[in-house]
Ligand binder design. Structure first.
Ligand SMILES: [Mg+2]
Length: 362
């Protein structure tokens, strides 16, 4: 058990607790939200009245690209040894290798960027103009590792974003998630004013995200539910994969219940739409606050994943915690021969869910 801590102006951070909560929180949120992805809130309720358990493979849950990308970022941070250029190069190789493993779920911008990487574009030029939520779904882990050094955090977030997405909105949204994860891990009582104060120097006030974050802050202060806030953004059919939609809704769910993993994740799943990604983002932030012990044990136990198992995720978090504390560490070996069989099974299950949706209840 590593008890590495660093003095921070607010309080000390226990990296092992925050990082393991962040990684497990991502995986559990992703797996929980996966069965409802793309459904409206009304249809999700009709098909699966009990939202508070997995419905993917009987009562077991599996993870999608959100968890895989968060893990790849963690591995690339280990390989980079605090060097942003090395991080970008290593992450680019991991994206290419991930693509060769036939992943079932992949965002449109991420797909185009990886194809560009595969045909020889450098990681500085592989990104496409998009403000999808891909970078936001893999930035909480960077926030926990580098939130104590804001200029370096910003460089890592920029490198992590531009490899797939070049619209500045995607970068602002990713930075907001990273900063949220850092505050979750370090502030005893996170609040919208503290988050906005930290983000203000880094987000262009002319950018669409800024007024949306201000509306989010007001809505949290007024005690509105996350569903009410989501509807106020016009997201009746569910939260979209556009970062300016998903990130304000996720931050609302976190700030409304910053220490209650279950309530925060279910609040965002109830909004419908891109639920695996939104629940993964909220799970990564609240997980950084509550640690693994704050994530419901049955949800952790019913994760049915290999080779990125619950045990493997905890080992990865532990290694990254040692890295943050200044110990040189290497990426954690992953039993890669299992990836293609696992992904083929996963693809069949996703197809099964797709066909199931053709049937009632509508
Ligand atoms: Mg996904």
């Amino acid at each position: 058990m590593v008890q590495n801590t660093v003095n921070h102006s607010v309080k000390t951070i226990n990296w092992e607790r925050a990082l393991s909560g962040c990684l497990l929180g991502t995986a559990v949120g992703d797996a929980l939200g996966l069965s409802y992805e793309g459904l409206s809130a009304r249809r999700a309720q009709a098909m699966f009245p009990d939202l508070a358990r997995y419905h993917f493979l009987a009562h077991y849950g599996m993870c999608s690209d959100d968890t895989e990308h968060q893990c790849m970022v963690a591995q690339a941070l280990l390989a980079a040894q605090h060097d942003v250029k090395r991080f970008q190069r290593d992450f680019a190789w991991r994206l290419r290798a991930w693509f060769l493993g036939l992943p079932a779920g992949i965002g449109w911008a991420t797909l185009r960027a990886i194809i560009r990487l595969c045909v020889g574009f450098s990681p500085e030029h592989s990104g496409v103009y998009s403000a999808g939520n891909g970078p936001a779904m893999r930035s909480a882990i960077i926030g926990v590792c580098y939130g104590h050094d804001k200029p370096l955090l910003r460089q890592f977030i920029r490198a992590n974003t531009r490899i797939t997405h070049t619209d500045p909105q995607a970068e602002y949204a990713a930075l907001a998630v990273a900063m949220a994860a850092w505050q979750a891990a370090t502030l005893p009582q996170p609040n919208p004013a503290a988050l906005l104060a930290e983000l203000e120097p880094y987000i262009d006030s002319e950018a669409t995200l800024w007024p949306l974050l201000q509306c989010m802050a007001k809505s949290v202060a007024n005690g509105e539910s996350t569903t009410t806030f989501s509807l106020s953004l016009g997201l009746e059919k569910g939260v979209t994969g556009f970062a300016n939609h998903s990130v304000p809704v996720c931050l609302h769910a976190w700030l409304s219940q910053p220490h209650d993993y279950e309530a925060a994740v279910l609040a965002v799943i109830r909004c419908g739409g891109d639920t695996d990604t939104t629940a993964a983002i909220v799970g990564s932030i609240v997980g950084a606050a509550v640690g693994v012990g704050g994530i419901p044990e049955p949800w952790q136990a019913d994760l049915w994943e290999y080779p990125r198992s619950r045990h493997w995720l905890q080992q990865l978090a532990q290694r990254l915690a040692q890295h943050c504390a200044g110990e040189a560490q290497q990426p954690l070996p992953l039993f890669w021969p299992a990836i293609i069989p696992r992904n083929v099974l996963f693809m069949f299950l996703v197809l099964g869910h797709g066909f199931r949706r053709l049937l009632p209840p509508y």
